[in-house]
Design a protein around this ligand. Structure first.
Ligand code: SF4
Length: 330
């Protein structure tokens, strides 16, 4: 990927204090870069830390370590800086029912960020609200603006949530499972809308999902996350059709798709055996540990896996954090 980064995240770490036991490291040394007009997909199962990354990048929680550069400039946690940061980095949450206040009209939801971030004046705010509604295909905008959230369908609410995120004219959009709570029939419409908006507005987009098929279709690059760590990253087609890391193979096996190689699927089937019980045990553990976090589920585990695996390039632009690809480990 070339060009200037919109958002550059370096060595992001998020830890949570637990009532008993050591701290839980929910995000462990994650680096990623978002470019204008491109989508990076972050995939992984529930509890892998995807949403924690979104919350940290959206400044909804304080990272324990790492650095975030917006447009090449480091962002701080000063109050004035946070407001400016949020103008440029907006979020779309998965639950359109919870993300809108039932006591306020659609017009109120959109006028507020427009005025707060000086994107409209009192005089032209109604016009700007209607323009935002048209941009997310909610028509007639005058009628929609007067409605309350309960008068809208789930898909319409998510369109309002997207319009609200666009109100400050952000550079970066963090979409956290934006269609997982919608009817299957309208998921594709919303994803297509996000894709169009990304191109029209040159948005840098982080698309968080557990759905490999849509990750492949709507992103140019995929990062796979497992228990707080990025275990594989690379071009979308390569990661999905020829996964390197045993965990990605497991995910691919749960959602096989046309074009996946036979060997990848066979490897995935082996990996899947007995995985569920171990995964539940791992969730209960929730500790900071050394070594590969996937080793209790991995059919290829070997003694070296008790040490933290290296991040190895398996093809140009494609890497996996696994001892299998380290020449010295064989
Ligand atoms: Fe499996 Fe070892 Fe690779 Fe971890 S480092 S995925 S345990 S082979």
């Amino acid at each position: 990927m070339s060009g200037d980064a919109a958002l550059d995240v370096r060595h992001l770490t998020v830890e949570f204090i637990q009532r008993s036991g050591p701290k839980l490291r929910a995000v462990d040394d994650v680096s990623l870069t978002l470019y204008p007009g491109a989508t990076l997909a972050l995939v992984g199962e529930s509890g892998s830390g995807k949403s924690t990354i979104v919350r940290a990048l959206g400044r909804l929680l304080k990272p324990s370590g790492g650095e975030v550069l917006l447009g090449g400039r480091p962002s701080t946690l000063h109050r004035s800086d946070v407001r400016e940061y949020r103008r440029h980095v907006q979020l779309v949450f998965q639950d359109p029912f919870a993300s809108l206040n039932p006591a306020h009209t659609v017009a109120h939801h959109l006028a507020r960020p427009l005025l707060l971030h000086a994107q409209a004046t009192r005089r032209d705010v109604a016009e700007r609200v209607e323009a935002l509604l048209r941009s997310v295909n909610l028509v007639p905008p005058g009628d929609i603006a007067r409605k309350y959230p309960h008068e809208l369908s789930g898909g319409q609410r998510q369109r309002v949530a997207i319009a609200r995120a666009l109100a400050p004219s952000p550079q970066v959009l963090l979409a956290d499972e934006p269609v997982s709570m919608l009817d299957v029939s309208i998921r594709l419409e919303i994803l297509n809308l996000l894709d169009e908006l990304k191109s029209e507005r040159d948005l840098a987009m982080l698309y968080v999902t557990h759905d490999l098929a849509t990750a492949r279709h709507f992103s140019s690059e995929i990062m796979v996350m497992y228990r707080g760590e990025i275990v594989e990253r690379g071009p979308s087609d390569e990661v999905i059709l020829s996964p390197s890391h045993p965990y990605t193979q497991l995910l691919a096996s749960a959602a096989p798709m046309p074009g996946a190689t036979r060997s990848a699927l066979a490897a995935a089937r082996r990996t899947r055996q007995g995985a569920r019980a171990v995964r539940d045990a791992e969730r209960r553990e929730a500790t900071v540990e050394t070594g590969c976090k996937f080793r209790r589920r991995c059919p290829h585990a070997m003694p070296q896996c008790a040490s933290r695996p290296p991040d190895v390039e398996t093809a140009p632009g494609h890497s996996a954090r696994c001892w299998l690809f380290d020449q010295g480990a064989r």
